[in-house]
Design a protein around this ligand. Structure first.
Ligand code: PXP
Length: 245
């Protein structure tokens, strides 16, 4: 049997900015973290410019857009403001996520099926600017079908529920992820996954053959406090490669 395609790691550096912003100064610098993560084997850098700018700022995006040797994946809400920012900076990829001001982190996938008409022009405009559009969705066949009809080249399947569950419920959620990945790939959509992944739960996700990229942030940045960012990123890459077989 052919070996599965390589699996990329996108390191989300938002929470380096969270720590910086706790004091309002310049350190720790998320761009420095991005460069170090790339040096340690990250295949890409992900950053979420939230509408309330609670971690990553416009100035961070400006520096990330010009200063990286690996692709930048900009996570953004489906708003006119964010579309303008993406078109100005032209990151390699833009991942459209739902956003609620009161949430602590992204709480679920975007309703691509329910918001089809609002998302369609955005997917078109980003695509026309050669930005690879990804829709962050739940592992639900309805949402995958909506991504197909929107013409999105990539979906990122939300692994947050998988990460929170255990036992048989987690196995069932893994099945949903793997079925959604197979459906997306069958329709020519590249599959990414992310949210809540850790050293302990990454292997079954990394072993899903259709998945091509994982985006991981909070755990890696937290672990960096104990072992350093390079060691944290390297270990995650090693675990992903081992699971890939
Ligand atoms: N993917 C998306 C679309 C996200 O919104 C986030 C969180 O910002 C992540 C991946 C990374 O999640 P975590 O920080 O839990 O690893």
């Amino acid at each position: 049997m052919a070996a599965p395609a390589p699996l990329r790691l996108g390191v989300n550096i938002d929470h380096v900015a969270t720590v910086r912003n706790a004091r309002g100064g310049d350190t720790p610098d998320p761009v420095r973290a991005a460069l170090l993560a790339a040096q340690a084997g990250a295949d890409g850098i992900t950053a979420h410019l939230r509408e309330d700018r609670r971690h990553i700022t416009d100035a961070d995006i400006e520096r990330l857009a010009t200063g990286l040797s690996v692709p930048l994946n900009l996570e953004m809400a489906a708003t006119g403001e964010m579309l303008g920012i993406a078109l100005r900076h032209r990151p390699h990829a833009a991942c459209i996520v739902p956003e609620k001001r009161e949430e602590r982190t992204t709480e679920g996938g975007i309703d691509a099926a329910g918001q089809h008409n609002r998302l369609a022009p955005m997917v078109r405009e980003l695509g026309a600017a050669r930005i690879r559009v990804s829709l962050f969705i739940e592992p639900d066949p309805r949402q995958v079908s909506a991504a197909v009809s929107l013409g999105a080249p990539v979906v990122e399947l939300h692994t947050g529920r998988y990460a929170e569950l255990s036992g048989a419920a987690q196995v069932a959620e893994l099945r949903r992820l793997s079925d959604a990945a197979a459906l997306a790939a069958k329709n020519g959509i590249e599959v990414h996954m992310g949210h809540g992944l850790t050293f302990d739960n990454v292997a079954p996700i990394a072993a899903i053959p259709q998945v091509r990229e994982l985006n991981i942030g909070h755990f890696l940045i937290g672990e960096a406090i104990f072992v350093g960012l390079e060691a944290s990123v390297r270990r995650m890459k090693d675990l992903m490669e081992a699971a890939r077989g």
